[in-house]
Design a protein around this ligand. Structure first.
Ligand code: KIV
Length: 271
């Protein structure tokens, strides 16, 4: 391999340099080897093995049912397809909230068994003990504030978060706390754009938004949503870059027709 072909892996340090020079960070989710290698080849900076796998891969209504073993399976599959992007794996519900030792054990399993580059978890002051313990083992942590889907049963809706001053103040304090603890980045989900900009300008670490406006340091979307594979989910923040559902159904329809009409396989497609 020539020097020019060498792929320079994205690191947490590189992300902070990107923030410093005002270069936006592009992040997407992936859950399997084939999709991850395509998205990595396309030049994505960060690949998130999100617990949204619970929704888009397993068909669950919430992110709560997905297990640590399942996240490790998805994480290991993604890591094998990636040469350049930083791979972050979500810590699933119930593996870090109540007990910082269990949090550390879960994070170590993700790093060892999936060979991830970092972990992500939801929450601020409530989980800071777990964050500190994971960081103390040298494991990079990405925070996640705003709409936290693992807490859906506490709030009851997926509506915009931190519209009221008290909640916005708590979010800002939690963001400061996560930065002080040593998190390398924070995801902000579904909050007013003004608050997103405020957090991003106050913090030195990169702030990645999903429905947090354009004043943050980067954006993340769920790959199934932005490619138009999921069809019912259409929040305001989602930009669809393709209608893959229609393309897949069209191609499968053509295949069915060719099989039924005995057009497939033809002479060149057999031995
Ligand atoms: O699980 C996930 O896909 C996420 C993103 C929405 C940020 O946490």
């Amino acid at each position: 391999m020539s020097v020019h072909n060498e792929v320079k892996k994205v690191t947490t340090h590189r992300l902070s340099e990107m923030k410093l020079r005002g270069e936006k960070i592009a992040m997407l989710t992936s859950y399997d080897f084939s999709m991850a290698s395509l998205v990595d080849d396309a030049g994505i900076d960060v690949l998130l093995v999100g617990d949204s796998a619970s929704n888009v891969m397993a068909g669950n209504e919430t992110t709560l049912p997905i297990t640590l073993d399942q996240m490790i399976y998805h994480g290991a599959s993604v890591v094998k397809g990636v040469k350049r992007a930083l791979v972050v794996v979500d810590m699933p519900f119930g593996t870090y909230q109540g007990n910082s030792l269990e949090a550390l054990t879960s994070a170590i399993r993700i790093m060892k068994e999936a060979a991830a580059d970092a972990v992500k978890l939801e929450g601020g002051s409530e989980v800071i003990e777990s964050v500190n313990r994971i960081l103390s083992a040298g494991i990079p942590v990405m925070g996640h504030l705003g709409l936290m889907p693992q807490s859906i049963h506490k709030f009851g809706t997926y509506s915009v978060r931190a519209k009221e001053e008290a909640e916005a103040e708590k979010l800002l304090n939690d963001a400061r706390l996560l930065e002080e603890a040593g998190c390398f980045a924070i995801v902000l989900e579904k909050i007013p754009a003004r608050l997103g900009s405020q957090v991003a300008s106050e913090l030195k670490i990169p702030v990645i938004g999903i429905g947090a406006g354009n004043g943050v340091d980067g954006q993340v979307l769920v790959i199934h949503d932005m490619l138009g594979i999921t069809q019912q989910f259409s929040p305001r923040f989602l930009r669809r870059y393709h209608n893959l559902a229609a393309e897949i159904k069209g191609a499968v329809g053509n295949y069915i027709q060719d099989v039924k009409s005995s057009d497939f396989p033809n002479e060149k497609e057999q031995y």
